[in-house]
Ligand binder design. Structure first.
Ligand code: MN
Length: 292
């Protein structure tokens, strides 16, 4: 079985604000080589690297906006986010939790720092991923999976190396907690200094990792520091990581859906006609209602 080589290590881009609550580095689809097709089915990744928000009486965030045609996955590393959507879904996610929202045919939602967190201020660190849906599922019913850290399946690495949290897919026989529409793996890996983990995915699966904390060595030769993103080639199945210091690493790998992508802001469909339909439906109020 062949080793999967690193294609490129990508440092974080200049951050920008989404609303006033998320200070993010975009990796997908704006970084070098990382367009929506390259990491298909992962079509967007915004990363709020660890950032201190001072206390505020008015919670910061993003006000009501629509999505159609994909899923939004938010992984909280620090801080708390409150979320509401027009299908009635919602909740608060805290450190270690994941919210997996299937926008599909369309929802309105809003994402804010949780009230108490806002009042106290504090460090905030999150990943938001957009996972594309196959054409046949794009107009399915919206749904929401709120996954607390306690509900996430965990695999203990040998030699007290650390823990792999299986958010979706599987790791060495441990099945992930989220249900998905296409085959993919999303693994939040906590390594103790010197801890090692091996990963194996089919060669055609688009595969990457993001170093959230600490630093690692990939395939025993490439050092990758905090907040850096590694895009792997599709030239093998296996790779390994080793923690140079205590580290947290988000590993993502998915089978490409290989369908045309037409994207416009919060809508990701297969054709331009479907984008125009999404805009019309949104303007006609077909995404429901959600109070600001
Ligand atoms: Mn959103």
């Amino acid at each position: 079985m062949a080793t999967r080589d690193i294609e490129v290590v990508i440092p974080p881009r200049e951050p920008h604000f989404v609303g006033d609550g998320f200070r993010v580095h975009n990796f997908i689809p704006s970084a070098y080589r990382l367009d929506m097709q390259r990491m298909d089915p992962f079509i967007m990744m915004d990363y709020n690297s660890k950032f201190y928000f001072p206390p505020s009486d008015k919670p910061r965030g993003v006000s009501v906006h629509p999505h159609r045609g994909f899923e939004t996955v938010t992984i909280a590393y620090k801080g708390k986010v409150a979320h509401h959507d027009s299908s009635g879904g919602g909740g608060v996610i805290s450190e270690g939790d994941v919210q997996w929202m299937t926008a599909a045919s369309g929802v309105l939602h809003k994402e804010y720092h949780e009230e108490q967190f806002s009042r106290q201020g504090g460090y905030f660190q999150m990943v938001q991923l957009w996972v594309n849906l196959p054409a046949k599922d794009k107009m399915s019913k919206p749904k929401y999976q709120g996954i607390s850290n306690a509900q996430i399946a965990k695999f203990m690495l040998p030699d007290a190396g650390g823990t792999v949290e299986v958010i979706a897919g599987n790791y060495q026989g441990t099945e992930g907690s989220a249900s998905t529409f296409s085959p993919l793996h999303l693994l939040n890996t906590h390594l103790n200094k010197g801890g090692k983990a091996d990963f194996e995915f089919p060669e055609n699966y688009n595969t990457a990792l993001l170093v959230i904390e600490g630093s690692i060595k990939v395939n025993a030769n490439e050092n990758v520091p905090t907040d850096h993103f590694v895009l792997f080639e599709n030239n093998g199945e296996k790779f390994s990581i080793e923690a140079s210091e205590n580290a947290t690493v988000l590993v993502l790998s998915g089978k490409p859906i290989n369908e045309p992508i037409a994207a416009h802001g919060p809508f990701v469909m297969n054709t331009q006609r479907e984008i125009i339909q999404a805009i019309d439906d949104y303007n006609m109020g077909k995404f429901g209602y959600l109070e600001e």
